[in-house]
Design a protein around this ligand. Structure first.
Ligand SMILES: Nc1ncnc2c1ncn2[C@@H]1O[C@H](COP(=O)(O)OP(=O)(O)O)[C@@H](O)[C@H]1O
Ligand SMILES: [Mg+2]
Length: 258
């Protein structure tokens, strides 16, 4: 069961506007975005391409500064990347000269910690996502899906409170994408973290989420939030049920009605 108790939100996005460029070239990517992410939930940001989803996520990760408005994380205003926030992107960023294990351990070096303290955890994660046999292989020996699994291990190595996922399965084929999404849900549950997934795929947003935040076309703002009541763990055949199909139709309508 996924009964959610009301606690203070882990993340608050307050009136966030982002403008790129200036003068004639000024472009408003986000306009007064308000959003709360609850502790432990899986929330999707759903909207058409170019509506500002990645911009919103990068601001929530402290990678990009808002032009107006604020982001609060764990009760404090966020102004820079935070080690409790892990990010994953469409392309796994893997160094070709490093093995899978060494790629997973990269943040350990960035934080100046001892590698050997993190090897057991890294191996446990690699085993959980089914690529432990590839720990000493190089990225070019791994499929795209395996590389994304390795990237997922890397982002979970430091038990992030918040996972920000920018279309992490967007470049994968349909089958790999489904199993990768299952992996994401399983590991988010295992890590007890909160997740925000950016996607333009309506079915994926509904399948993965406790709530779907529907965004408008650019400049992006929040149109509405859809509560997704289905139990977890979620199995792929949920997608063929009437209730699921109805919710997907509702989200589609919201996107089309703007
Ligand atoms: N660094 C940037 N400089 C200028 N324009 C940008 C920059 N990043 C994004 N944009 C523009 O902002 C808008 C929203 O982009 P983005 O957040 O990537 O949308 P989405 O992720 O929803 O596809 C787009 O029109 C994009 O071209
Ligand atoms: Mg994007």
């Amino acid at each position: 069961m996924t009964t959610m108790t009301q606690t203070a939100p882990l993340v608050r996005v307050d009136g966030v506007t982002k403008r790129f460029g200036s003068g004639d070239k000024e472009m408003v990517a986000l306009s007064g975005l308000n959003l709360e992410v609850r502790e432990g939930e899986f929330l999707s940001l759903l909207g058409p391409s170019g509506c500002g989803k990645s911009t919103a996520l990068n601001i929530m990760g402290g990678l990009l500064e808002a032009t107006e408005g604020t982001v609060t994380f764990s009760g404090e205003q966020l102004t820079e990347p935070n080690r409790h926030i892990g990010m994953m992107f469409q392309q796994a960023v893997m160094f070709p000269w490093r093995t899978t294990l060494e790629n997973v351990l990269l943040p350990v070096e960035i934080f100046g910690e001892k590698k050997k303290d993190f090897i057991p955890k890294a191996e446990e994660l690699l085993e959980m996502v089914g690529i432990k046999d590839f720990r000493d292989s190089y990225p070019w020996q791994l499929s795209g899906g395996m590389q994304q699994r390795a990237a997922l291990c890397r982002v979970l190595l430091h038990d992030p409170k918040l996972l920000l996922l920018d279309e992490p399965c967007g470049a994968l084929d349909e089958f790999t994408r489904e199993s990768m999404n299952q992996e994401l849900l399983r590991l988010q549950d295992y890590a007890k973290s909160t997740a925000v997934l950016v996607t333009h795929n309506i079915t994926e947003a509904v399948f993965m989420s406790d709530r779907v935040a529907v965004m408008s076309a650019r400049p992006g703002r929040l149109v509405d939030i859809i509560e997704v009541p289905f139990d977890r763990p979620r199995r792929p055949d949920l997608q063929t049920t009437n209730d699921f199909i109805k919710l997907v139709a509702k989200a589609r309508q919201m996107l089309e009605l703007q």
